[in-house]
Every structure is written in structure tokens, then in C-alpha cells.
Design a protein around this ligand. Structure first.
Ligand code: GLC
Length: 463
């Protein structure tokens, strides 16, 4: 595949115009998201750890000078300049000409693009970040990275095992993720409430704060989250059902468990938020849409990943020092529990690369202890190296890494990607499509979940 076909596949993500267009579309769906762009593009105040990375310690190869690689990293979001700086540093230190290509924000769209590029055995993409749910899907296109993990740190065994398919390490863990609840501590205090521990408490608190704040801010929302029909909704909805004792969609033994009363009750509860504590447009929201509302000071509660913390705490943030973060609420009933979906990204090197050594070197660089530490401090991205959770500088920058360590180190709930192997995307697409239909009122929860169970059984029979 030529360079021009690479930009044809990824082209829509290379310009800011697509971000503008997307923001316009979202604000049409939900007028209060008009401030989204401002929030989404907000630069982070302090990004200093990147400037003091001990690059010498990574011992980068210099014998690959002159080779050329293209690497696909994050979307065109707030962390883009940070990634650009890091990639430039890699190029400078190794002499490897490294082109940074952006991927889409939606994991679902990103997977489709990767499958198109890798399916065509494109030689112009050398390395890419891959989601924790994709090793089974992308294994046949990957170089085995077993030998490229940083020897100076112990990577989370659970993620290494997740990323190992048929004995091949498909991706080196770069950062992990877990779903979190964010709240406005100043408003929780103002209304004499406390941070909610159950969904019922969250609903009551969101309602009180929303009613109070709307007196002076008609755009104010109680609770924002990810409701668009894409992978992010799979993450949110899995949290609702697990927190309500409703299972993990497909259990580790392959049994389709979705059709149960606790899961259905959890989806009905979420449907009830729409148009009450959550805007109607939430069923089109991805992470940055929710964060845009939140970052503008227009929401009491938000479900999001750890990166939202660093942005809330940026020097120019209107919610700086007003934010609390912790576990998502529990549901009802005897198996109610706190649940955080396990997310995260790995670095994979493509088997079709013409410069495989340079591609592997880039993966090794990005996932090194040193880079992960800076990523944690500057962007509150969760490291995949155990000892960084005891690192004084990391804990000083991100105190919640200490208090939520158990969740981050192994307590998060995995999506059923191992058991569904290369058909995980079919499972997830069936699931998020059904949940989005329930949320938008296209189908009653119980009927739609019953139909979903049949669809999932069909998919699992093919695994
Ligand atoms: C985050 C998670 C990833 C998940 C995605 C869904 O990027 O790290 O695992 O699939 O969100 O939107």
C-alpha cells in the first residue's frame, strides 16, 4: 500500500477539520455541547516530566540510522503535542526518520482502519497502538515482541498474558485504563451531599445539583458518560451490569450470560438517566464529548478514564482543584459491586514493515519505564509497570494512583475478548448496538437483551 493509500485510510484523522465537524455535529445533537471544542482542545498546563526523561537509560540503538518508519498513535486530541515531542526525540536519538500518524478517537473506527491496512499487508505502517481487546484479532499481523520488553521493570502479568496469543507477544503494554467516576467536589459540598457509592445515590445527587445549578446555568448536566454506538459504550454498559451483579456478557467459559434480570435492570436504569440527569445527546457521546461538557464546568458527574484527571487539573482548567475521582457506584442486590472496565493500549509492530528492527525499537522506547513514568506524571495515564505505582514522583503528581492501586493492578473487569478471540469485535458490536437501541428507546430492554443473547450465541458458536 502506498503512502497515498495510507492517508486515504487514515486521512480523515489527519486534520483538525474533522474535529471541528464532529464538534458541530455533536452540538447539533446536544446544544449544551457547544463548549466542547474549547474543552477538547484545551492544552495541559504542566507537561514537564517529558523534559526530564532519562533517555540515556533506555539505551536506544543508533545502528538503525536512516531507516524510515510510520507509527500510529493517539487521536488528534489534547495529548497530540506531547506525542509529537516524544516521537521527535526518538528520531533525534536514533536517527530513525519517524512519521507520526493519528488514528481516530473511536476504538471501533480505529480497528476497522487497522484491519484494512493490515489486511492489505500495507508496508507503510510499521508500528501502532492497539487496544487491550485486540490481540486475538490482530495476532496474525504482529511481530513477536517478547524480547523487546524493558528488562528494568516488571510488566503486569495479567496484561502480558492477555497480549500473548499462540505464544507470541502481540503488543507490549503501554498504558492501562480503568473506568472511573469523576465528581465536582465543590458542588457536592455546596449541596451538602457526599460522593455517591451506589447508582441510586448518584441519581439523587445528580438531580439535586442539576436542579440547583440550572438556576444560573441552563446548560448544566447531572451525569455525562459514553453512550454512542461504539466500543466505549461496551465499556460503560459492562460496568453497569457487573456493578449490578449481572455478569460479563459472555463468561470466561464461553457461556452467554447476558439475558439475566440484573443486567436488564441495569440497562433500564441507564435508560432512565437520559433526558433526566443526562442530556438526550449522550447517546452520541464518546470520551471527549463527555469530557468537553465536564471540562467546561457543565456537569456534576462524569464516567471517564484516568486521562481526564490531568486535564481537569491543568493550570487553565476552570475545574482545577474542584474535582474528586474514585470508584464507579455499586448497583443493587446481593451481587452488587464496584466495577471498572479494564482498558488500555499496547504497542504492536507490523509483520509487513520494511524496517522491522526500527519498528520494534520504537515499541520498546514508548513502553519503557522512563516513558511510562513521564506519561503517568504528565497525562495521568496508568503505567503497566508495577513499581511505578510506588514511585514518589508519580504518586505526588497523581495521588489517586495510590488509593485506587488495587483496581489498577488487577481489580478491573475484562471485556470478553479472550474467550471470543478473533470474533470479539462481533460480540462487542452486537452488544453496543443493542444497548444503544435500548438507550434511545428503539426497543424495550428485556426483548432486546433476549434477541442479543441469541445473536451472541450464534457468534460464540463460530469461535
Ligand atoms: C479507552 C480504553 C480502551 C477502550 C476505549 C473505548 O481508550 O483504553 O481499552 O476500548 O477507551 O472507547
Amino acid at each position: 500500500m502506498s503512502d497515498s493509500s495510507l492517508s486515504r485510510v487514515l486521512g480523515s484523522n489527519l486534520s483538525r477539520r474533522s474535529v471541528l465537524k464532529r464538534a458541530a455535529a455533536v452540538s447539533a445533537a446536544a446544544p449544551m455541547a457547544g463548549l466542547l471544542l474549547q474543552g477538547g482542545m484545551r492544552p495541559v498546563g504542566a507537561q514537564e516530566a517529558i523534559d526530564s526523561i532519562d533517555f540515556e537509560a533506555i539505551k536506544l540503538r543508533t545502528d538503525l540510522k536512516g531507516q524510515k518508519i510510520s507509527v500510529i498513535l493517539g487521536a488528534d486530541g489534547p495529548a497530540a503535542p506531547w506525542e509529537e515531542k516524544l516521537v521527535a526525540k526518538f528520531a533525534e536519538l536514533t536517527g530513525i526518520e519517524t512519521k507520526l500518524v493519528r488514528g481516530p478517537e473511536s476504538a471501533t473506527e480505529r480497528l476497522a482502519q487497522y484491519q484494512q491496512l493490515l489486511g492489505a499487508q500495507a508496508t507503510d505502517v510499521d508500528a501502532m497502538m492497539i487496544d487491550v481487546i485486540w490481540p486475538g484479532i490482530l495476532a496474525s499481523h504482529a511481530i513477536d515482541l517478547k524480547g523487546a520488553m524493558d528488562q528494568n521493570g516488571a510488566y503486569f502479568e495479567r496484561i502480558v498474558a492477555n497480549n500473548t496469543v499462540n505464544g507470541i507477544l502481540v503488543g507490549i503494554p503501554w498504558y492501562t485504563d480503568a473506568g472511573l467516576l469523576y465528581w465536582r467536589q465543590d458542588l457536592v459540598d455546596k449541596y451538602k451531599l457526599s460522593a455517591p457509592t451506589t447508582w441510586a445515590e448518584l441519581e439523587a445527587a445528580a438531580k439535586t445539583i442539576q436542579e440547583g445549578e440550572r438556576a444560573t446555568n441552563k446548560d448544566f448536566q447531572g451525569f455525562v458518560w459514553q453512550g454512542a454506538a461504539y466500543e466505549g459504550l461496551t465499556c460503560d454498559a459492562l460496568e453497569w451490569q457487573v456493578s449490578n451483579g449481572g455478569g460479563t456478557i459472555v463468561e470466561p467459559d464461553g457461556a452467554v450470560s447476558i439475558n439475566n434480570p440484573q443486567a436488564i435492570a441495569a440497562f433500564e436504569r441507564a435508560k432512565g438517566w437520559i433526558g433526566s440527569i443526562s442530556p438526550a445527546g449522550v447517546t452520541t457521546y464518546k470520551e471527549e464529548d463527555a469530557r468537553g461538557v465536564w471540562q467546561a464546568g457543565n456537569a456534576a458527574f462524569m464516567r471517564n478514564w484516568p486521562y481526564a484527571w490531568a486535564l481537569a487539573q491543568a493550570d487553565d482548567s476552570v475545574i482545577k482543584d474542584k474535582v474528586g475521582v474514585g470508584l464507579l457506584p455499586k448497583g443493587d442486590g446481593e451481587n452488587a459491586q464496584n466495577a471498572a472496565t479494564l482498558g488500555g493500549w499496547q504497542m504492536m509492530a507490523s509483520k509487513y514493515s520494511k524496517s522491522p528492527d526500527a519498528a520494534v525499537e520504537f515499541c520498546r522506547f514508548l513502553t519503557s519505564v522512563e516513558v511510562q513514568k513521564a506519561h503517568a506524571i504528565d497525562w495521568s495515564r496508568l503505567p503497566t509497570i508495577v513499581e511505578l505505582y510506588d514511585d514518589a514522583a508519580v504518586l505526588e503528581a497523581q495521588p489517586f494512583f495510590g488509593s485506587l492501586k488495587d483496581v489498577f493492578l488487577g481489580g478491573a473487569v475484562a471485556r470478553p475478548s479472550t474467550v471470543s478471540a478473533d470474533l470479539y469485535n462481533d460480540v462487542s458490536t452486537a452488544y453496543f448496538t443493542a444497548i444503544n437501541e435500548i438507550l434511545t428507546g428503539q426497543a424495550p430492554a428485556a426483548d432486546r437483551v433476549a434477541a442479543l443473547a441469541t445473536e451472541l450465541e450464534g457468534i460464540m458458536a463460530e469461535v
